[in-house]
Design a protein around this ligand. Structure first.
Ligand SMILES: Nc1nc2c(ncn2[C@@H]2O[C@H](COP(=O)(O)OP(=O)(O)OP(=O)(O)O)[C@@H](O)[C@H]2O)c(=O)[nH]1
Ligand SMILES: [Mg+2]
Length: 291
């Protein structure tokens, strides 16, 4: 059978995480309209008759000198080194920018076979030809395919292209595995997703989630999860909490419902908002959060 590690790379908001979830037929990685949602390399595993594909979702590739961003770039780059194939996701609506040039340079330096997914083909204005014209001359790029991660169209052709480049090998994960993220991390990501989908502009970047504890009741029926939504400024606390607490209540409710799907227990989620100024410049904290 075929077995390959496939790193997913591309600009922020290209739809990498949405595509990963569609390919793995499971919610593995969180998604949001705001850029730089993914902050870690996240594995999603697809096992089929044809073989096993281990996808690694990475943070959107964005050129900027900010400390957090530098860390995100290094996460994306280091995942490429451990992959057999690269899946380069391009937003077919957007004209190529300097990030595209930087990604092409990176592809040349890692020298792995690459499949391009021209994503968002469901939207009017998406141009497959535009993507093809820009990328077809790169020697590492073996296939360029139009897909829609949202509609899940073009995925069979995409998987076929990936299998055609995959080496023969034994499965690395048991069949029933679809991700290898620790439970606490998944809980924090689900909460972060519910927060970042409710806010705009700078706020999504200013948020991180701290899980204080996850504790099972004596009768093993109920799990208590206490978590903090950390923001950078006092004004942001108010935005998240909302009128009479309506914002935080909604976040709590939707996150709790989704977390409950992961565990065989009843979940009680306790959420608080707290500030920690300039956490994004705290290298030690970033090392703990983003690895
Ligand atoms: N219409 C349409 N929207 C899509 C498609 N794929 C992703 N999106 C939307 O694009 C936005 C960004 O999607 P993500 O999957 O979070 O993008 P990403 O590349 O993982 O972004 P970062 O993690 O920030 O780098 C979300 O609002 C998605 O719903 C698609 O095929 N069609
Ligand atoms: Mg993402």
């Amino acid at each position: 059978m075929k077995c390959a590690t496939v790193s997913i790379i591309g600009r922020p908001s290209a739809g990498k995480s949405t595509l990963l979830n569609a390919l793995c037929k499971a919610k593995v990685s969180i998604t949001a309209p705001s850029p730089q949602t993914t902050r870690n390399s996240i594995r999603g595993i697809l096992t089929e008759e044809a073989g096993q594909l281990i996808f690694i979702d990475t943070p959107g590739y964005h050129l900027s000198e900010k400390v957090l961003n530098q860390r995100l770039i290094s996460i994306a780059e280091s995942s490429l080194a451990e992959s057999d194939i690269i899946l380069y996701v391009v937003d077919a609506l957007r004209p190529p920018g300097s990030e595209e040039d930087a990604i092409l340079t990176l592809l040349r330096s890692v020298n792995r076979p690459c499949v391009v997914a021209a994503n968002k083909m469901d939207l009017p204005g998406a141009s497959y030809e535009g993507v093809r014209t820009f990328l077809q001359h790169d020697p590492n790029i073996r296939h360029i395919l139009g897909v829609s991660a949202m509609d899940e169209s073009g995925l069979e052709e995409l998987k076929e292209a990936l299998y055609s480049l995959a080496p023969e090998g034994e499965m690395l994960y048991p069949e029933e595995f679809y991700t290898d993220q620790p439970p606490e991390f998944r809980v924090s990501e689900i909460i972060r997703e519910k927060v970042v989908n409710r806010v705009t502009q700078e706020l999504p970047h200013s948020v991180y989630i701290d899980i204080a504890d996850m504790e099972l009741d004596d009768d093993q029926q109920k799990m208590w999860i206490r978590a903090f939504i950390i923001v950078e400024r006092e004004t942001q606390v108010g935005i998240i909490v909302g009128k009479k607490g309506s914002g935080i209540q909604e976040i709590r409710k939707t996150a709790q419902k989704e977390i409950a799907k992961l565990f065989p227990y009843k979940i009680h989620l306790d959420l608080r908002v707290k500030t920690q100024s300039k956490w994004r410049n705290n290298t030690k904290l970033l090392k703990r959060l983003i690895y």
